[in-house]
Design a protein around this ligand. Structure first.
Ligand code: DSN
Length: 433
């Protein structure tokens, strides 16, 4: 098990081994993280990393691409089938690069984009002042309503009429409600704009038919492959056929060189898994778990942004609990629950502190947890925050999360082999390798 890595580079071996252990012993509630299958890990760890393949299947600038062509063609075909998309590019190294490729293919520098504010739940690469999207393009923004904390399509329409953007971007990283893409199409048409949806977070539920589908309405749809879609870390672009040439040439050679063929192959594997019947059940359980977690937290007096969730995300406002989001993140770290601090809409605190935390259920659902475990986690979160100054209570809660983690092992085969290899030095709490 990783024997060659251990021999050649013990420090990096330790980093990998310790991360396997961390992932096993901690409860992952970061909404944008997940655990890929062993098949995805194997494809991503394969010799395909050795191959340069600038260009596209059948049209490369390098010889010897016949096998990586198979992998990329399968990834494209599977993504087209999964999302019913007219054209797909699977080469973007990340969601940010997918977004930049769309902007650079459809716009000229200085053109205006209308997108959702990051501090209301949007994405960094949708025009945040510290992101290059705002250095190159002129950004106008919309947010959620103060009273409902939800998108108001009339307000978006008014913002679009005023801004007259060339491109409207819809999609969010911490918006716990379903987004309806039909009104966005009508708004884009009214002001003569192109429409892009970034479904990085909701790609899984969209693919499973459990969230409104942006593909029929949007010129471009971008996503990451590593969140609810449960694939390798990377990006993907779906678009209408009319934009296919511009998108492909903006990805390569416009903004990237050689594609990461080992990642492209791993994307193909994840897309095959997403086309299997079990994937819809997995997505249904993600949503059921998020609802159960939200209801249990609300029952314990937590105020939830928008009052609940329609997707995999729960945003908790901690204002009435007397601590900031970053403080809560540190408390939960101590009891083995991993989350991220997150601004709430109209947050008086800066992002480094923030009034909220964002929770999500894709990773714990992959581990096999269900609604009962979500209620248990809500109870642990509530008790940890309440008793945050009491080391004894926190230690007791840490033992509880260790027991819970042990009941739902990740990569059991890998854990067992690591354990056997380093018996004594590598202890799995609770004795369950
Ligand atoms: N940074 C990503 C997230 O955590 O949601 C945005 O895609």
């Amino acid at each position: 098990m990783l024997n060659e890595l251990r021999r050649v580079d013990p420090e990096i071996y330790d980093s990998v081994r310790n991360e396997v252990r961390r992932e096993h012993v901690e409860i992952e509630l970061i909404a944008s993280e997940n655990y890929v299958s062993l098949a995805v890990l194997e494809a991503q760890g394969s010799v395909l990393t050795n191959k340069y393949a600038e260009g596209y299947p059948g049209k490369r600038y390098y010889g010897g691409c016949e096998h990586v062509d198979v992998a990329e063609s399968l990834a494209i075909e599977r993504a087209k089938r999964l999302f019913q998309a007219e054209h797909v590019n699977v080469q973007p190294h990340s969601g940010s690069q997918a977004n930049m490729a769309v902007y650079l293919s459809a716009l000229k520098p200085g053109d205006r984009i209308l997108a959702m504010r990051l501090d209301h739940g949007g994405h960094l690469s949708h025009g945040h002042p510290k992101n290059m999207s705002s250095w190159i393009f002129d950004i106008a923004s919309y947010g959620v309503r103060r009273d409902t904390e939800r998108l108001d399509y009339d307000e978006v329409r008014a913002a679009a009429r005023e801004a007259r953007p060339k491109l409207i971007v819809v999609g969010a990283s911490s918006y716990p409600r379903a987004i309806d893409f039909a009104p966005f199409r009508s708004i884009a048409d009214e002001v003569g704009a192109l429409l892009m949806a970034d479904i990085a977070h909701i790609a899984g539920p969209v693919a499973a038919g459990l969230h409104p589908d942006p593909v029929p309405y949007c010129d471009f749809v971008t996503a990451t492959t590593h969140k609810t879609l449960r694939g390798p870390r990377g990006g993907i672009i779906l678009c209408k056929a009319a934009h296919a040439r511009a998108i492909d040439s903006t990805v390569f050679p416009g903004s990237q060189g050689g594609p990461l063929m080992h990642v492209v192959a791993a994307k193909a594997v994840a897309l095959k898994e997403a086309l299997s019947p079990g994937f819809r059940r997995y997505q249904e359980q993600i949503l059921a778990n998020a609802r159960a977690l939200a209801e249990a937290l609300a029952a314990r007096g937590f105020r939830l942004v928008t009052g609940g969730t329609d997707n995999h995300i729960v945003v908790v406002d901690l204002t009435n609990r007397g601590l900031t989001g970053i403080e809560a993140t540190h408390v939960l770290d101590r009891v083995g629950i991993t989350v991220n601090n997150n601004q709430i809409p109209f947050d008086p605190l800066p992002p480094t502190k923030s009034s909220g935390i964002r929770l999500g259920t894709p990773a714990v659902t992959t581990r096999g947890m269900g609604e009962d475990e979500m209620r248990q986690l809500a109870a642990i979160i509530a008790r940890a925050i309440e008793a945050r100054a009491d080391k004894t209570v926190l230690q007791h809660l840490r033992n509880e999360t260790l027991d819970l983690a042990d009941r739902f092992p990740i990569y059991p085969g890998i854990l067992r082999r690591l354990y056997e290899q380093e018996r004594g030095a590598y202890e799995i709490p609770g004795g369950h390798p």
